[in-house]
Design a protein around this ligand. Structure first.
Ligand SMILES: Cc1cc2nc3c(=O)[nH]c(=O)nc-3n(C[C@H](O)[C@H](O)[C@H](O)COP(=O)(O)OP(=O)(O)OC[C@H]3O[C@@H](n4cnc5c(N)ncnc54)[C@H](O)[C@@H]3O)c2cc1C
Length: 396
């Protein structure tokens, strides 16, 4: 029988909490995930490419969909730090569940509560609070990714509304969404392509909309779609936020997006570390537990160091947002670091598992496939570096 090593998985890291209340929130998420996002369930969603509907329903029933919604709209008005706590906890159980929570609930709650008019808020906020409205967000196009303002999907005025033609790509959750907040050009791109962009609420089931899920490397439980828009009629009342000023309307949400993606990575990296520690304790090579070999110990310590640094960076950015201080650079640093270190941890995690890590029998293989998108989506790593570089007076 393999000797059990003295490597305690539970003591691997200490995540930051600002209060007992936040600690209790994380414990409540853990408890819910033990019932609705068990390792077997998470493996099943991945193997079948199945959206985690039942776990999202359980989160909604427990009131978690209302966390990002301000109290005046019926939510619980959680702070950015509260969202860090919840996404970190979710990411530790299931990356896909955490990403669905963020992409389909948090983003929508933020957009509708900040930009929606009274009628739009009356229609959508109660459904968002109840977890009954999934909101996808479509900015990227085949010719406009990092340079998103180069978007060409056009909305021309017609009969008191708009007719939309164009194509979006890499849209998370479009196949399950109830509405897609879609960035379109309502004025031709002039000298400043950031002007003349508007956000429209588009029903994915409307005439002229075709949603096509893409086959992809990982994150199999959450769809990633192309969205084709052909003569799609959108009434004027479905403009979200100021007409022609959609680009500026998006800006205030960017720091939140980046730091929350970092928080998801912190949770997911914590899980990789836990899995690797457990294996390094149980697996014996050359007469002793794997984890006691210094080359393996080094990987585990580096993982923990990177994880704790990422946690601090994400929390620092969240506290800045909550205090109303500028957080763009802190959020970019957090995303850059936490995504890179999650990718590194999955590579080293698979290495620690050896051949077992390469099989889909072990969740570390899923982490390895999943992690990469986080260095691309939500503003790729190179773009985060440009933002940080600019803050030091470098680059354009
Ligand atoms: C899993 C996933 C989910 C996504 N979800 C959504 C979503 O829900 N909604 C949405 O609108 N979009 C979404 N995206 C799209 C994402 O935002 C874009 O993929 C991202 O902005 C990069 O754009 P691109 O893929 O066109 O790459 P490109 O812009 O073509 O860039 C290619 C590479 O070059 C680098 N690069 C670009 N410009 C520069 C430069 N000036 N200097 C140095 N390097 C540069 C980039 O960092 C990248 O590594 C998602 C993407 C993924 C992978």
């Amino acid at each position: 029988m393999a000797k059990q090593a003295n490597l305690a998985a539970g003591s691997a890291y200490k995540l930051r909490f600002d209060s007992d209340e936040q600690r209790q929130m994380a414990e409540a998420i853990d408890e819910l995930c033990r019932r609705h996002a068990s390792p077997d369930a998470v493996a099943g969603w991945d193997a079948e490419g199945r959206y985690p509907a039942e776990a999202m329903r359980a989160l909604a029933e427990a009131g978690w969909a209302g966390l990002p919604v301000p109290e005046q709209h019926g939510g619980s008005g959680g702070s950015m730090m509260d969202l860090v706590v919840v996404l970190r906890a979710l990411g530790r159980h299931s990356l896909a569940l955490a990403q669905a929570y963020y992409s389909l609930w948090v983003l929508g709650a933020e957009a509708f509560s900040r930009l929606g008019d009274e009628r739009q808020q009356a229609e959508w906020m109660p459904r968002i609070v109840a977890g009954e409205a999934l909101v996808a967000f479509a900015l990227t196009e085949p010719g406009a990714g990092s340079d998103a303002a180069a978007l060409r999907t056009a909305a021309r005025s017609s009969d008191g509304g708009f007719v939309v033609d164009g194509q979006k790509v890499f849209i998370t959750g479009a196949a399950v969404a109830d509405v897609i907040v879609t960035a379109v050009r309502t004025q031709p791109a002039g000298d400043n392509p950031r002007q003349g962009i508007s956000l429209l609420l588009i029903d994915p089931r409307a005439e002229g909309v075709t949603v096509r899920p893409l086959s992809k490397l990982g994150l199999k439980a959450l769809d990633l779609c192309e969205v084709f828009l052909e003569d799609v009629r959108v009434p004027e009342r479905d403009v979200l936020g100021p007409l022609d000023e959609g680009w500026s309307a998006l800006r205030p949400g960017l720091a939140g997006e980046r730091l929350l993606l970092a928080a998801i990575c912190v949770g997911a990296t914590a899980n990789v570390l836990e899995l690797a520690l457990e294996h390094a304790g149980a697996r014996e090579t050359f007469g002793r537990p794997l984890g006691h070999n210094q080359l393996i110990l080094d990987k585990l310590v580096e993982m923990r160091l990177a994880l704790e640094a990422g946690d601090l960076l994400a929390c620092r950015a969240a506290v800045a947002v909550d205090d109303g201080r500028p957080a763009d650079v802190d959020a970019s640093l957090a995303k850059l670091h936490a995504t890179r270190e999650y990718v590194t941890a999955t590579r080293e995690g698979v290495q620690i598992f050896g051949g077992y890590g390469y099989t889909n029998e072990y969740p570390v293989a899923r982490h390895y496939r999943d992690a990469k998108y986080l260095e691309i989506g939500g503003g790729a790593s190179e773009i985060q570096k440009l933002i940080v570089g600019r803050s030091m007076g470098l680059g354009a």
